[in-house]
Each structure stands twice: as structure tokens, then as C-alpha cells.
Design a protein around this ligand. Structure first.
Ligand code: ADP
Ligand code: MG
Ligand code: ZN
Length: 638
């Protein structure tokens, strides 16, 4: 049933090659009569000499072209027709007839029948190929129809080129999706919203009886990798209905009008197979606001219009539900979102701690693991990771286990793969010089000490100076003990101080700055900016929103919505906040300078130290370290 464009194109190419071969063969059968007999063109004087020498058997004059065709006598005196001679008659040669008669040549003249010649040529050159194409095309069409069933047409002859105007949307039968809600961990709110759609698809009649109208479409909205596609498939699997899936980008093609044809075709197929789910992935590709900007795209607009028409047009009692997925709901055309189209919006959020644990557990089922594995730690060290990231972490761990020649995944594999997925693969080829290693060690320990000495700050889980492919030369991983959704101002300024800790340590110890702090500075600055413009926490500006977040799902960057003068003041305020953090970090590190030296040297030697090791050294009372957090505050975890 699944006859895609590619297959069509292939059979088309084979057909053209075969047809050309047939034409060539036929023409070389017809031509030899004309072509094989060798024609020699000679001078007129040579012809006269042959006549006078009585060598010529017979000749024929074409009165139209004045070409004389003649044959010589063979040994028996008859005409030798294997060799044809041609010459052009010299104008006004009155003596020719006399000479021919004298030499006993059979001579004649003929007026060529132009019309019949033309017809022959026309038939041979044009008629034959056309006939071959038509007959071949018709035949091929019949064969294809026989083997494909009747759901596609392959127009005969030239019209059939690639089956223009037909789409062949992918049909995935319910057995093939094979995914149910059990395969989606967490996302309980989204599942709840989709339950109703599933119920409707299982029994459309029940809803029709009461006269209830169900949503025709629902939009799954959320960041990439949160399981939108997965949920749509699970919906079809739960309801055991066919699942028509197409991606927005597949609609936008080279030929104008094909996208619209695809939409038409998709809904026609869906109508035949109802109840069913039509899933349009990345719908923002076609559903962009139509008035947006100067660059209009006719093809996209046509496709969108067709989609709107189809969504209004289909008979909802049969049970067709259109699901769309996007991570850019803000760019969608309002027409798509009005009642009767994608009126229901199902937010799919990044998983929380419980969700992350559930997703990890679900994917861990597929790999063989050692007995003592604590997925909770992994879940806690991956705030902000999407479902796809988590699935990837489990898989990376399995790959690492195989690389190490083990047949079970260990906790260490998992921890390591967190680094790989979150921070990029360990970069083996970057070899740091001893001095660089020393600088990076102080930098990372600087972060860690500032973090650990702040009361209420997250404890450090790991400090490393092993370079990553992402470009980070080292990193300090902090663990959130408990997830929380509200962040206080103090937490934000503390975070800025931690980010400044790396540079501060470099300054204190080496009296110099390096480029290693670039990323920290970026993060500290944007945190300070958010504090002022989005969260209204700054004393100077108060509770005024000075910026606006364009897309909550792709990146959190806000654009300023204030006047230029205010923007200047904001910049100054950002500077002040970051500088405060910087000074706080410097003060903390001065207080703990002995620990800073000890820990940095230890890290430089070991390259990676765990949070426990760090805490053991940091909280050990050496008798001269001031302001040490007491052990129970110091977040030493079991
Ligand atoms: P999206 O369409 O939102 O970008 P996908 O649905 O393609 O994301 O998810 C990608 C992969 O991530 C899935 O194939 C699945 O392995 C994993 N995944 C994401 N979310 C979940 C979840 N809630 N439960 C289980 N696996 C998930
Ligand atoms: Mg997707
Ligand atoms: Zn840093």
C-alpha cells in the first residue's frame, strides 16, 4: 500500500530507459535499407566517363534535386545494386540523353512524391516514439495499478511523470505505532487531556448521540524532546486507530501547489480510514502567521489555507482528530487556533524530578543494569533535561558499558553519561599543559568553594578538569537537593557569586585573568539582567517588567521593552549586581584561601573529585580555617 514518490520516480526512470531502447531497436531495423547500401558521391565528369566506357547499367534522375543515381554493371552485365553512385547533373547538359542511348543504359527520371516522403519521415521520427511511449505507459500504468491496489494513479504516457498532484502520505497502521500511554512516563496532565480524545476515537457514536462536538484538533506544545511525537503515537495506540503522520516540512516542496495537494490527499485518506488520528509534526513550518514580515511564501500560504479548509470541512462524526505538535506556538497563525480547528492546547513541559525519575526508570528497563543503581541521583543531577536527553543518558551509559567490556551498566556509567549528554563527550585530544591544568583547577575549585560556603546553596556533586568536547575545560556540577519552582532573589545573587568564583580564584592566586571565564560571565550577566527586567527584584526599578520573553519554549531570552535611557540604566545596574557577586566571591575565597590551595592541588592531581571528597576536605577542621559551615549545614550527603 505504501507507494511513495521515490518508488514512482524509480519506475519512471526504468520505463524511459526501456522505451528509448525499444525505439532505437525499431529504428535500426527500418533504416538499414537506406543506410546499409553504400552511396558513393562522384563528380559529374566521372559519371560521363563511366557512361562513355559502357560501365553504367542503369540510372535514374530526380527531377526535383537533379541528383542522378546510377549502378554499374557487374561481371554478368546486370546492375550491381550493392553499390550506389550519386552525382548531380550539370545544368543544361543537352547531350546526356544522346550519350546514354549510345551506351545502352536503362535511364529514367522521376518526380519525387513529396507528401508521402514527409509522412514517412514524420511517422518514423515522431510517430514511432510517441506510439512506444503511449503503449508502454499504458501498460506500465496497468501493471502498477494491479500491484499497488487502487489508491494511486500513474497517468499514462507523459502525463504520468512522477504522479504530479498526488502525495502518498505515510500511513502507519495502529499495529505499527505499538505505543501506548504506558510508554510515556510522567506527563500526567497531558495524558489526562488526551484521554478524552482517545475515548472519542474509540466510540465516536456515543458523543454524536448526545450532540456533543469534540475538538477537531489539539495542539501539543512544548520544548523539543519532551515526548510530543511520542504522545501522539500513544494516543493512536491507546484508541487502536490508524495514525497518519506527516511533518510540516514535508508539505513545503519545490513545486507550488503540491503542498496543498498533499493536504487534500491526506484528509481524503483519513476520511476513508476514520476513526483515525492525523498527526502534523512541526506544524509551525506551515502554520506561521500569514502576515509575518515581508518575505511571504506563496506555497506555504496555499498549504495553510488548504489545511484550514480541510479542517473546517471534514465530517467530525466519523471520528477524525487532528493533532499538531510545535515548540513555537507564538508564531502560529491565529486562524489555526480558533474554535473548530486547533482549539485545544495541551502543554507538554520539561519533566520535573518525579517525571525524570519515571522516564529514567522506563528507559532503564530496556538495558541490563547492575543491582545497586540509584536512578534518583541521576534524576537530581539533571534538572532541565528533556525526556529525549534522559533516554540518551541511559543509552550512552549502555554504550559505555560495552566499550568497557562489561555486560551490565553500572552507576559509574550512568554518572559519566550524564556528563557526556549534559556537558559533551570527554575530549581526549585536548591536552592541557601543567600550568593550564593548575589554572583550571583553581578556577573550578573557586566555583565549588563559593557554592559550598553559601548557606542554602546546592552542594557540589562533582568537580573535574577533564576537558569536554563542548569546549568546557572543566566544570563544577551542582545538585539540587529538592526541586523547587520559585527562586528567591538571594538565590539568584548567590548564583551570580558562584559564577564569579572561577575568575575570582584566578585573580587571587595568579593575579591575572584568562579567557576560561567567558561562559560564566555570560551566565552571570543574563541572570542579573533577568533579575532586573523580568522578575522586578531590583530596588532601583522595582516591579516593572522591562523585557518580554518571545518564546518560552525555545530559549528564555527576553527582549527589552523599555526606552533607551532606561536600557542604559539597566546596563549600569547589571554591572553593579555582577560586580557585587564578584566581590562576594573574592571575599569568600580570601577567607578560605588555604582550602582553595589544598583542594586545587588535589584536583590537579586527581583530575576528577566527587562531591563527597570535596566536602570531606572542605569541612575538615584544620584549626586555622575561619567561617567554616558546620557539618550539618555543609550538605554532606550520605
Ligand atoms: P518531541 O516530539 O517532543 O520533540 P519525541 O516525542 O520525539 O519528542 O521524544 C523523543 C524521545 O525521547 C522519545 O522517542 C522517547 O524515547 C524519549 N522521551 C521523551 N519524553 C518521554 C517520556 N515522557 N517518557 C518516555 N520517553 C520519553
Ligand atoms: Mg517530535
Ligand atoms: Zn567557570
Amino acid at each position: 500500500m505504501d507507494m511513495n514518490d521515490n518508488k514512482k520516480r524509480q519506475s519512471m526512470i526504468v520505463y524511459v530507459i526501456v522505451a528509448l531502447a525499444v525505439i532505437f531497436a525499431i529504428q535500426s531495423v527500418f533504416y538499414p535499407q537506406i543506410q546499409k547500401a553504400t552511396i558513393t558521391t562522384v563528380d559529374y565528369s566521372q559519371f560521363l566517363a563511366d557512361v562513355d566506357a559502357s560501365k553504367v547499367s542503369k540510372c535514374d534522375l530526380n527531377t526535383d534535386t537533379s541528383v542522378i543515381t546510377y549502378y554499374l554493371k557487374d561481371s554478368s552485365g546486370a546492375a550491381d545494386e550493392s553499390q550506389t553512385y550519386e552525382t548531380t547533373q550539370f545544368p543544361n547538359d543537352a547531350t546526356l540523353v544522346e550519350r546514354l542511348t549510345k551506351a545502352g543504359v536503362d535511364f529514367s527520371a522521376h518526380i519525387p512524391d513529396k507528401s508521402s516522403d514527409l509522412w514517412m519521415a514524420f511517422l518514423l521520427y515522431y510517430g514511432l516514439p510517441i506510439a512506444v511511449f503511449l503503449v508502454g505507459g499504458w501498460f506500465l500504468n496497468r501493471q502498477l495499478k494491479k500491484s499497488m491496489g487502487d489508491d494511486m494513479t500513474f497517468g499514462g504516457g507523459f502525463g504520468g511523470m512522477g504522479g504530479l498532484g498526488k502525495s502518498g502520505a505515510k500511513i502507519v497502521a495502529q499495529k505499527e505505532t505499538g505505543i501506548t500511554f504506558k510508554d510515556v512516563a510522567g506527563q500526567d496532565e497531558a495524558k489526562e487531556s488526551l484521554e478524552e480524545i482517545v475515548g472519542f476515537l474509540e466510540n465516536p457514536g456515543r458523543y454524536a448521540d448526545i450532540g456533543a462536538k469534540l475538538p477537531r484538533g489539539a495542539l501539543l506544545v512544548g520544548p523539543p524532546g519532551t515526548g510530543k511525537t511520542l504522545l501522539a503515537k500513544a494516543c493512536a495506540g491507546e484508541a487502536e486507530v490508524p495514525f497518519f503522520s506527516i511533518s510540516g516540512s514535508e508539505f513545503v516542496e519545490m513545486f507550488v501547489g503540491r503542498g496543498a495537494a498533499k493536504v487534500r490527499d491526506l484528509f481524503k485518506q483519513a476520511n476513508e480510514k476514520a476513526p483515525c488520528i492525523v498527526f502534523i509534526d512541526e506544524i509551525d513550518t506551515i502554520g506561521k502567521r500569514r502576515d509575518a514580515g515581508l518575505s511571504t511564501n506563496d506555497e506555504r500560504e496555499q498549504t495553510l489555507n488548504q489545511l484550514l479548509t480541510e479542517m473546517d470541512g471534514f465530517d467530525n462524526h466519523k471520528g477524525i482528530v487532528v493533532l499538531g505538535a510545535t515548540n513555537r506556538p507564538d508564531t502560529l497563525d491565529p486562524a489555526l487556533l480558533r474554535p473548530g480547528r486547533f482549539d485545544r492546547r495541551i502543554p507538554i513541559e520539561l519533566p520535573d524530578l518525579a517525571g525524570r525519575t519515571a522516564i529514567l526508570e522506563l528507559h532503564a528497563h530496556d538495558v541490563k543494569m547492575e543491582g545497586r543503581i540509584d536512578l534518583g541521583i541521576i534524576a537530581r543531577s539533571t534538572p532541565g533535561a528533556s525526556g529525549a536527553d534522559l533516554a540518551n543518558i541511559i543509552n550512552e551509559a549502555a554504550l559505555r558499558a560495552v566499550r568497557m567490556g562489561r555486560n551490565r551498566v553500572t552507576q559509574e556509567d550512568l554518572l559519566e553519561s550524564v556528563d557526556v549528554v549534559i556537558a559533551g563527550e570527554k575530549r581526549k585530544s585536548t591536552v592541557l599543559s601543567e600550568h593550564e591544568k593548575q589554572v583550571v583547577s583553581y578556577h573550578e575549585i573557586g566555583h565549588a568553594i563559593v557554592a559550598a560556603s553559601q548557606k542554602g546553596s546546592m552542594p557540589v556533586s562533582k568537580v573535574t578538569i577533564v576537558p569536554r568536547t563542548s569546549g568546557a575545560l572543566g566544570f563544577t556540577m551542582q545538585i539540587e537537593e529538592d526541586e523547587h519552582f520559585l527562586t528567591t532573589k538571594k538565590e539568584m545573587t548567590d548564583r551570580i557569586a558562584v559564577l564569579c568564583g572561577g575568575r575570582a580564584a584566578e585573580e587571587l592566586v595568579f593575579g591575572e585573568m584568562t579567557t576560561g571565564a567567558a561562559n560564566d560571565i555570560e551566565k552571570a550577566t543574563s541572570t542579573a539582567r533577568d533579575l532586573i527586567t523580568r522578575f522586578g527584584m531590583d530596588e532601583k526599578f522595582g516591579m516593572v517588567a522591562l523585557g518580554q520573553v518571545q518564546n518560552r519554549y525555545l530559549n528564555d531570552a527576553a527582549t527589552l521593552t523599555c526606552s533607551e535611557g532606561t536600557a542604559q540604566q539597566i546596563d549600569a545596574e547589571v554591572q553593579r549586581i555582577v560586580e557585587e557577586g564578584h566581590q562576594a566571591a573574592l571575599a569568600t575565597l580570601r577567607d578560605h584561601r588555604f582550602k582553595l590551595h589544598e583542594l586545587a592541588r588535589y584536583l590537579q592531581k586527581k583530575e576528577t573529585i566527587t562531591g563527597e571528597e570535596f566536602m570531606r576536605i572542605f569541612t575538615r577542621d584544620d584549626g586555622f580555617a575561619p567561617n567554616l559551615p558546620k557539618p550539618e549545614e555543609g550538605a554532606t550527603r550520605q
